[in-house]
Design a protein around this ligand. Sequence first.
Ligand SMILES: Nc1ncnc2c1ncn2[C@@H]1O[C@H](COP(=O)(O)OP(=O)(O)O)[C@@H](O)[C@H]1O
Ligand SMILES: [Mg+2]
Length: 421
Amino acid sequence: MTQLSYEQLKEKYVALEKELQLYKGLLKQLHFPFKYVDYKLGLSIEKRREHPDPIIHSFHPDGTKTSEFNFQIDPQIDWPFEQVESFLAPILDLVPHHIVFVDGNGIITLCNLQAANDMGVDRDSVIGKHMRDLLQLPDELIMTLKTIETNEPIYNQEVLDRYYGIINTRIIHNPDGTIKRVISMFQSLNMIKETEKLSLAGRIAAGIAHEIRNPLTTVRGYLQFFRDKLPNDIVNLIDKLLIPELDRANEIITDFLNIAKPGELKMEKIHINKFIRDDLGILLRSEALLHNVTVHYDLDEQLANYDVEIDKNQLLQVFLNLFRNSIEAKVTKTMNVSISSRLHNNTVKIKFCDDGPGIPSTIVDHIFDPFFSTKETGTGLGLPLSRKIIELHKGSMKVESNNHGTCFIIELPVIKKQPSK
Ligand SMILES: Nc1ncnc2c1ncn2[C@@H]1O[C@H](COP(=O)(O)OP(=O)(O)O)[C@@H](O)[C@H]1O
Ligand SMILES: [Mg+2]
C-alpha cells in the first residue's frame, strides 16, 4: 500500500469537504422535512420545516439494521401553490386545449400557450388580469366565473358562443374552505383535427342512433299488436308502408351502428378460393341470373397453400354490398362481373370488377364517406361499412374506376399452411 503524502491527503480532504457542501446545499433546496437514518454508520440526517440547514446526528451504530427514510410532506406548506403553478406552466403549454387558472376573484394566475395564442394575447401579460379581459365576453357567459359564484365545478358542458367546445372547471380550496384556484380547461371543437372530429361525431351519432332504435321497436310492436283490431285499409297501410318503413329505418341504424361500433368477429381459417367459389358463388348466383349479370372467376391456385382468417358472414356482406352496387349502377342490358384472387407478398389481393359506367372522378373520393350516396333511396352506408369490416380483418380496401367500369381491390393477410406430416 502506498502512503499518501500530506499534500495529497489535504487535497483529498478539500475535495471531500466540497462534496459535503454540495450535498448540504442540495438538501437545503428540498422544501419538505424528512429524516434519513443509517443504523450501520450510526448517522442520521434530518431536515426540519423551521430549519433550513440539515442536521446531522451521530449515535452508536447498530449493525443489525440498515437504513430508513422518512418524509413528512405537507402540500399546503411545503409546496406553495404558486410554486406548483410555475412548475406546471411549461408542461401545460404542450396541451392543445385552453387551460386557465384563476384565483377566487377571477384574476388569472396561469394561462397556457394554446389559450393565449387563440385569444391573440401574450400569455405573460394576461397574468394578473381578470378572466373577462381574456375572453372578452359578458361575465354571465364565462363558466369560470360561474364556478366561483356557485362554488360548483362544471363537468363536460358544451359551450355554444363565439367559442364552440367543451368546458370543464375544477376547484382547489384553501384549508379554510375558500377558493384558492378555479382551473378551467376548454376543449375547442373547432381546432380538433379532422379525423378526431369524425370520430367524435361518430360517437355522438352512435349514441343518438341507439336512442332512436328503441322507440322504433316500441312503435313497431304496438302497430303489430293493434293490427288485428283495425279496419282493413289501415291494416293495409301498416303492412305495406309503416312496417316496411320502420324496418328500413332500423336497417339503416343497424348499418350505421356497425360502422361506429362494430360487433365482434367470429374468425375462422378458410381457403379463400373455396370461399369465393362456393360460399360467395352460391349467394350471387340467383341474383346474377335475375339481373342478367355474368360472374367470372379467376382464382390463383397458389393460394391453396394458404389460410385466410375471416368472419365468413361479414365478408359475404362486403361482397354482397359490392355486387348490389354494381347491379344498381348497371345501365346496359347485361353486365359482367369478375372476381379474381392473387397471392401478393403476404396478402391475397381480391379484385371485384364490373363493366358498368364507372364512378365520376369528382365523387370517387367520397364514396367511402358515411351517408354519401348518389341514389334516391341509397343510404350511403354500404361502402363505409364494407371498408370497416375489411379493416377489422387487418386488410385494406381501395377503388379504381373509369368509364369502362369499376374495380374494388381488397387485400387481406394470408398465413402459409404448415405442411401436414
Ligand atoms: N360499382 C359501382 N359503380 C358505380 N358507382 C358506384 C359503384 N359502387 C358504388 N358506387 C357509388 O358509390 C356510392 C356509395 O355507395 P354505397 O356506400 O354502397 O351507398 P349506396 O349504395 O347506398 O348509395 C353510390 O351511391 C354510387 O354513387
Ligand atoms: Mg350500396
